[in-house]
Write a protein that binds this ligand. Structure first.
Ligand code: NAP
Ligand code: HSE
Length: 432
């Protein structure tokens, strides 16, 4: 059978999974590619590290030129995180005539225009299915399978680490710190897990999906975003009491011709498909004008689910499918934006608010007064009694009727400044 040489740069969580699939299941990839994908070289930073896979002798090095100088290597899995040296390495691979497959959404969200332009100039391709939602084939579905549709909305859980943390706190009683440490041990988190829990990773993935699904030209930094890092386990328990689960949602939705786009921890109604997404699973709910609603669910982080997407991209690349889709993708091209982002303050919805308030007469009326002045109507209130002698600060939880992001943001700022209100209040969107 014909042999096509491929290589890997980066042999961490994802790279080791890719090596295992190529080396241990070569017959499977050969069947789908019609040729053997031969792992010729693997380049890492530190060759002395213990690896989570067995490589044939002589293929591991810290010398990128063993790939760039080998004209027989046609495609490279680029599996290092962060911006540098990831950007320089990708450019070097493209310049040396290699097609590239990557899982690095941070790099694409930051340097996508430069990298895609360079690949187009050089007649090369970049495949990136693994960069969003791990094992879920969402890039192919949005850019190819749903291309007859005008996408109307996309609502997703895109960060496996955050979802794992939320589920572990809610269902297993783990503290935030314990749950995050477990996500790191399991290989879900980024090298700097701050990006997972503060909404950055989700915003980077949403920026890529919004480009593909809506023709938006929005930079991830311009996506209003909030993470799960300011939540308390109490919020998860109040949400449960109210019939909701807290999820870190990425939303891009056409509203009045504009694109509403944000990343927000959200109370999602129990029993709805997104509320049932557990652990490191991701989900993407897409509404298209022809197809209606389509729901994708699968592991969004972890070694083998991500490797599954990378190896499929390698196969598509060596058989020539990626070159065709890459040419027509128009991602980060010079094309004008098809839709403009809508001011976040105009977003309409229900909200959850939690304040720590002094257990004194008149405090409730001060707070409801502020809400009333901002035109916010209260749907329900929870205030449990303080345990005797423990504290004179009690949590006050308010669910609003339909209002706007702007009204609740301003009202919260005003309430936070009241003398009877302690620091650390929380405001979240609600999705019924
Ligand atoms: P990782 O475990 O930290 O592995 C990164 C690898 O890159 C390491 O093997 C490291 O080499 C190598 N590396 C770093 N700098 C290098 C350099 N200058 N030259 C050559 N190799 C270098 O990261 P990961 O979890 O596999 O993630 C890789 C990428 O996939 C990231 O962009 C991440 O966002 C993305 N991703 C990860 C997941 C997941 O579940 N983990 C899922 C989807 C996407 P050494 O081992 O020698 O240090
Ligand atoms: N750190 C990312 C996550 C990896 O937890 O979702 C997958 O992109």
């Amino acid at each position: 059978m014909e042999k096509t040489k491929v290589a890997i740069v980066g042999l961490g969580t994802v790279g080791s999974g890719v090596a295992k699939l190529l080396l241990d299941y070569g017959d499977r990839t050969a069947r789908h590619a019609g040729r053997t994908l031969w792992l010729e070289q693997v380049v890492v930073r530190d060759v002395t590290k213990t690896r989570d896979c067995d490589l044939p002798a002589g293929i591991l090095s810290d010398d990128l030129s063993r790939i760039t100088r080998d004209p027989e290597i046609v495609a490279v899995a680029h599996l290092l995180g962060g911006l540098e040296p990831a950007r320089t390495v990708m450019l070097a691979l493209l310049e040396s005539g290699k097609d590239v497959v990557t899982a690095n959404k941070a790099l694409l969200a930051e340097h996508g225009p430069e990298l895609f332009d360079r690949a187009r100039e050089l007649g090369r391709s970049i495949a990136f299915e693994a960069s969003v939602a791990g094992g879920i084939p969402i890039i192919a579905n949005i850019s190819q399978c749903l291309s007859a549709n005008q996408i109307i909305s996309l609502t997703a859980i895109l960060n496996g680490t955050s979802n794992y943390v939320l589920t572990s706190m809610e269902e297993r009683g783990l503290t935030y710190g314990e749950a995050l440490a477990a996500a790191q041990r399991l290989g879900y988190a980024e090298t700097d897990p701050t990006m997972d829990v503060d909404g950055t990773d989700t915003a980077q993935k949403l920026a890529i999906l919004a480009h593909l699904a809506f023709g938006a030209r929005i930079h991830w930094r311009d996506i209003p975003r909030q993470g799960i890092d300011m939540l308390d386990v109490a919020d998860l328990l109040y949400a449960k009491e109210l019939g909701y689960r807290v999820k870190l949602l990425a939303v891009a939705e056409l509203t009045g011709g504009d694109l509403e786009v944000h990343v927000s921890p959200t109370l999602v109604k129990c029993g709805t498909p997104l509320a049932e997404v557990r652990a490191a699973y991701n989900a993407v709910s897409v509404v298209g004008d022809a197809v209606g609603r389509v729901f994708f669910h699968g592991l969004g982080a972890g070694q083998m689910p991500t490797a599954s997407a990378v190896v499929a991209d390698l196969i598509d690349t060596v058989v020539g499918r990626t070159a065709i889709t890459f040419r027509t993708l128009e991602l980060w091209s010079q094309r004008e934006a098809l839709v403009a982002p809508r001011a976040h303050d105009r977003m309409v919805g229900r909200f959850y608010m939690r304040f720590g308030v002094l257990d004194r007469p008149g405090v409730m009326s001060e707070i409801t007064g502020v809400l009333g002045r901002h035109g916010i109507s209260i749907a329900s209130v929870i205030q449990h009694e303080a345990v005797d002698g423990e504290t004179d600060v009690v949590p006050l939880v308010i669910m609003t009727h339909q209002t706007t992001e702007g009204a609740t943001r301003k009202a919260k700022e005003e309430i936070d400044n009241l003398k009877a209100v302690k620091a650390g209040s929380v405001r979240m969107k609600v999705r019924d």
